[in-house]
Design a protein around this ligand. Sequence first.
Ligand code: NAD
Length: 306
Amino acid sequence: MGRKAEGRVGFIGLGTMGREMARNLIEAGCIVRAYDVRREAIDELTALGAEAASSPADAARDADIAITMLPDTPQVEEVVYGAGGPKSGLLTNPPRGRLIADMSTISPVAVRRMAADLKAAGIDMVDAPVSGGPIGAKNATLSIMAGGETDAFARAKPFFEAMGTTINHVGAPGAGQAVKLCNQLICGINIQAICEAIALGRACGVDLRQLREVLLGGSAASWMLDKLGPSMIEGETGAGFRIDLMLKDLRLVQEQALSLAVPLPGTALVTSQYLEARAHGEGAHGNQALFRVYDRMTNQSAQPTG
Ligand code: NAD
């Protein structure tokens, strides 16, 4: 569990990550009013002590802060600007505390536009994407990288501390997303590197479980090798962080890089492999399923050793 916190939170988006983050806010001492387009997701949260909301505006109304944890840019824009017409979004129905923290991974350009529109209406927006995956969300050990005005970040921080342990203010609105895109680029290329090492180790007849343990003790160690290595080796495809969500992030990385004329050849290569995985119907699988691309390239299937 994270640090103790108090206050009212409107939480919008109760999926793999949002469900656990909202639960940690409740356990920390906050009153959480929760909304998702899926009724069953709201029911799950009310069973944990949340109040049920009938819309994003209803979730936010009495809150000190509204937090969104949604798949992509269009969903966050829908919640801010309103899907049921301009009067239904948070822009015209802000939380009482006039503070919104979007913790999804979305376009930094869209964040800057929304933050400016909200600011013109006297509402502060902090972009605060996270790293640490479903395990970090569950254990309240997320790394949270926030962009926004200093005062807005200070007001949001106690809520972030209930969900994470590494919390940094990295600049103006959009800066949190820029740092997150750098994070995702490293994650994608790192997963690819692990796939290549396991493909080579398998071809050499090495015990793959031992290979992973040995690598974890040296300079090739990484979070991805530690957390995703076992399911890669066993051919287990269950989703924590889905292939299609990583593809969304790699698209955001490339859009940003292209607009600034920054060549990212490594990112371009791994993006092609993610596209190949999705073309094989694996978009809903976890990121470790990128190894299936290497199965196909080597005409092999997962072979647990030992
Ligand atoms: P998810 O798809 O599991 O959850 C998203 C939730 O939003 C779903 O419950 C969905 O029903 C709900 N939703 C969609 N549109 C909505 C709308 N208009 N209004 C209200 N609710 C709506 O996704 P997730 O894995 O929880 O990821 C959420 C965000 O966090 C994404 O941007 C993702 O890239 C990022 N992220 C995910 C992970 C991970 O490991 N899963 C890690 C770090 C960051």
